[in-house]
Design a protein around this ligand. Structure first.
Ligand code: SF4
Length: 356
């Protein structure tokens, strides 16, 4: 088995020359690095960039985030998905303010006690901001290691095996750069399909390249099969405002605002009127199909249909559950991405609207 020695110089030098200039790489502030790491989970760099900029502009330091209303935090997260991340970040900021006087902890143990901070995030923030020698393993690192060392077989299905391997290789003098270099190599060169091996600084050391099996690695973890879901939504308009309802606590995307909707994990159309009556107490009559489209969230492949609807009875005045909003007010509310998609298309003369 190769040691890390010959890999370090070429990889670190490559990283310092070729790394992408990203806003969160221009700081050593653990608070900002924490935000970027949380946003980047399951999300691409390109998607994250504008969200990160807006988020740190609104909450430039940890006390400003800790002191913010949850609704404002979620509004700035709207469209980024996986909203539990925003809630955890918010709770975590409050914890750090109360227990650590607003400074992100410097030890792994204390960092892991912050709500929502797991081993990956703790290790990334501590190694990058404070130079604590902790390895990080995300999908990119896993792929690079699997290929470099041609790691195959049942023992390389477990995350722990990759964590130990990354720990063995870690550059303890420059753990932040080393971790980021491995992640960057995976994100820009050692791609899942068609890795750019001729441009790789480690090609001379790569076992998978030598064996011609790079694209076959890493060996798969079982993927969850996609589930087809139909979502029917009711568009209720009145005087240029649209009716939104709030999702219940504890549900996926809990407490976000959305166009009243219901879903069915199958083909066919859910009974919109009955479901909305049961779920929100709304008494309405669905009418014409005004928009349809497709949407993907995690493993769900959603077929979306929005119907212009008429209320038989107005919902009670309860701003915690129902709101009438103008399209330009949406940006300030935590709103699901499906709802954003539907509302973006309102007012189009061509119906039904095909949503992109
Ligand atoms: S040589 Fe190719 S497969 Fe090996 S680490 Fe580099 S990009 Fe990945």
């Amino acid at each position: 088995m190769k040691t890390a020695g010959p890999l370090r110089r070429p990889l670190i030098e490559w990283y310092r020359r070729h790394r992408r200039d990203l806003a969160w790489r221009r700081t050593r502030d653990p608070y900002r690095i924490w935000i970027s790491e949380v946003m980047l989970q399951q999300t691409t760099v390109k998607t994250v960039m504008p969200y990160y900029e807006a988020f740190v502009a609104a909450f430039p330091d940890l006390p400003s985030l800790a002191g913010a209303a949850e609704e404002k935090v979620l509004a700035l997260w709207s469209g980024l998905g996986y909203y539990h991340r925003a809630r955890n970040l918010h709770r975590g900021a409050r914890h750090v303010l109360e227990r650590h006087r607003g400074r992100f902890p410097r030890t792994l143990e204390a960092a892991l006690a912050v709500p929502g901070v797991g081993l990956y995030t703790a290790s990334a923030v501590l190694s990058i901001a404070h130079g604590v020698p902790l390895p990080v393993v995300d999908g990119n690192v896993r792929r690079v290691l699997a290929r470099l060392f041609a790691l195959r077989g049942p023992e390389w299905r477990a995350d722990a095996a990759f964590y130990n391997k990354a720990d063995e290789l870690l550059d303890r003098q420059a753990p932040g750069d080393w971790n980021q270099a491995l992640m960057e190599l995976g994100a820009t060169v050692c791609l899942p399909r068609r890795p750019a091996c001729p441009a790789c600084p480690l090609r001379a050391h790569c076992a998978a390249l030598a064996l011609g099996i790079a694209e076959q690695l890493p060996e798969g973890r079982a993927r969850r099969a996609p589930v087809a879901v139909t979502v029917a939504a009711a568009l209720v308009e009145e005087g240029g405002r649209v009716l939104l309802v709030r999702r219940g606590e504890g549900r996926l995307m809990g407490r976000m605002w959305e166009v009243p909707q219901t879903s069915l994990e199958a083909r066919g159309l859910p009974d919109l009127a009955r479901e909305l009556k049961q779920r929100h107490g709304l008494d309405l009559v669905p009418g014409k199909l005004v928009a349809r489209g497709r949407h993907a969230i995690t493993f769900r492949r959603i077929r979306l249909e929005a119907y212009s609807s008429r209320l038989r009875r107005r919902p009670p005045v309860d701003p915690e559950r129902f709101r009438w909003v103008r399209p330009e007010e949406i940006a300030a509310l935590p709103v699901s991405s499906i709802t954003r998609k539907v509302l973006r298309g309102l007012g189009s003369p061509q119906l039904p609207l095909e949503l992109q």
